[in-house]
Design a protein. Structure first.
Length: 435
């Protein structure tokens, strides 16, 4: 079974002749809201949350990673489930507060935080700032002194190579992310020497898009060892051990969903003998983003032209890499691989000669799928890119060629409502639709 067929069977029941999202035919959604657009099924988001929450033991706290999809409607959905938030910029802090997040339930990580961003986070009293370098430790301490507050901080650790894993490795090698494991102890001692810093814990993050639960468990085991080292160093247990994100979803051939049951069983086994241990952190944190919202999203575009050029067939769409950079392969892929795509109103028809799905931009990079076998598309048909709920719209060059930014629509209880309007310009809050 292909990834597209598997995703269709798991997430979009009733998709017989055409794609059905949350009980609504995609043709009806396109007719009401226009194309291109992003559609999210709220039930799929809720199901992903419940699955993860049920898999993890009670000491684990889930913080939604806002960078995956920063629409406040999704942030509010996570807050309603009891999630905290993980942010990586002042813009995301504004979005989090706009959505109603309690400041103490917000964690701030990421390299290159400016003094203005740090000061804003400190003034709002967020839960923790995760420092990424010794220079940042000094800067946060100085800001705390100037503002007259003790700032809660965690140390983001770049662990050794044995903890590597995932499609995009962010630790284990030379990295702008975090403080190298071999320099952890002097960094911790430096924090303890500063009266304006309150050391809360550690943040471990070594990769993303992990589909093998054994890789995640190996990383978590490493995190526990690091937490023990820091607890021995400071003479008491740390408050928080943040395992980061990393939980993935399948996009490409030969990829299959993360076994959340096996993951949960492994996590429970890993911490079972540690609860109550004087060195064990008081709470554990995970920061999923993609896992919670990725499968819920569909990018819908319309065919505007079908042409042949020197023996190759091109289907030209009204949206492309300006809305979905990841699907074009220009966001981290070394070799272009196709996201799961469908001719959304011709699901029962057999595939024909391989085609390229291309967008409207004046660049050869604007290819959503290459040599993909799909039913013969005609002008006016709809093409859907599945697995588009995370790192899609928000990770794309929306201003390129000045096409209107696509709207976003939430489907829940058999009804669709807009959560972001189509706009000539895109900003954090100006084009949002509250509700």
């Amino acid at each position: 079974m292909s990834v597209a067929s598997d995703v269709l069977a798991r997430n979009f029941p009733g998709s017989d002749r055409e794609l059905v999202v949350g009980g609504l035919p995609v043709t009806a959604l396109a007719a009401e809201f226009g194309t291109p657009l992003f559609v999210y099924d709220g039930d799929i988001v809720d199901r992903a949350w419940r699955g993860l929450r049920d898999a993890l033991p009670a000491p684990f706290d889930i913080h939604y990673s806002v960078k995956a999809n920063p629409n406040p409607a999704l942030i509010r959905r996570m807050l309603a489930h009891g999630a905290g938030l993980e942010i990586a910029s002042a813009g995301e802090l504004h979005l989090a507060l706009h959505a109603g997040a309690p400041p103490e339930r917000i964690l701030f990580a990421g390299p290159g935080k400016t003094d203005a961003e740090l000061e804003l986070a400190i003034k709002h009293g967020i839960g923790e700032i995760h420092v990424e370098s010794t220079v940042e430790i000094e800067r946060v301490a100085s800001l705390g002194a100037r503002l007259g507050v003790k700032v809660p901080v965690g140390v983001r650790v770049n662990p050794g190579s044995e903890a590597q894993g995932g499609a995009m490795r962010m630790g284990g090698t030379a990295s702008p992310f975090g403080i190298d494991e071999e320099r952890l102890e002097p960094a911790v001692l430096g924090i303890l020497e500063r009266s304006t810093l309150d050391l809360r814990g550690l943040h471990l993050f070594v990769g993303t898009q992990v589909l093998d639960h054994r890789t995640l468990l190996r990383q978590y085991r490493m995190g526990l060892r690091l937490a023990d080292r820091v607890a021995s160093l400071v003479g008491h247990r740390i408050t928080t051990l943040d395992f980061g994100g990393g939980l993935g979803i399948p996009y490409f051939a030969s990829e299959w969903p993360l076994d959340i049951a096996q993951f949960g069983h492994g996590v429970r086994t890993l911490v079972a003998g540690r609860i109550g241990d004087p060195l064990t952190p008081a709470r554990f944190v995970v920061e999923p983003g993609r896992y919670l919202v990725g499968e819920a999203g569909v990018y819908v575009t319309r065919v505007v032209d079908v042409k042949e050029s020197r023996g190759k067939r091109f289907v030209v769409l009204d949206g492309g890499m300006n809305h979905h950079l990841a699907a074009s392969g220009n966001l981290g892929q070394v070799i272009k691989r196709n996201f799961p795509v469908l001719v959304a109103n011709r699901l029962q028809e057999a595939p024909t000669t391989p085609i390229d799905l291309v967008g409207p931009l004046c660049t050869p990079l604007d290819v959503l799928a290459r040599d993909v076998e799909l039913p013969a598309a005609q002008i006016g048909d709809l093409v859907a890119v599945l697995q588009s709920g995370a790192y899609a719209r928000a990770a794309s060059p929306l201003g390129f060629l000045s096409h209107p930014a696509p709207p976003e629509v939430m489907v829940e209880n058999g009804r669709a409502r807009p959560i972001r309007r189509r706009g000539e310009h895109d900003d954090l809050l100006g084009d949002l639709i509250d509700g």
